[in-house]
Write a protein that binds this ligand. Sequence first.
Ligand code: SF4
Length: 77
Amino acid sequence: MNLFKRDEDKDIAKNADKTLVVKTSRCPQNHVCPSMRVCPVGALSQKGYKAPTVDKNKCIKCGKCVKFCPMRALALE
Ligand code: SF4
C-alpha cells in the first residue's frame, strides 16, 4: 500500500506541468465514460454519452483516467 502511494505521488509530480486533454475525436461518445469511476477526486463529468469534461480545478493530474480509457481519449500533455 505504501509502495502504491509512492508510485502515485511520482505520477502526480511527473505530470505537474501538464494538462489533462480530452480528445473528443477519439471518444465514440456512445457509452458511460468508464474513466469517471477511477478518478479519485471526481474531476471528470459527462452529459449523456458525450465525451467527458474535466474540472481543471479538481484534477490532480494523477493519470489514472489516461491509463484506464481504452480509446486513449484522455491525455496529459
Ligand atoms: S488525471 Fe487523475 S485527477 Fe485528473 S481527471 Fe484523470 S483521474 Fe481525475
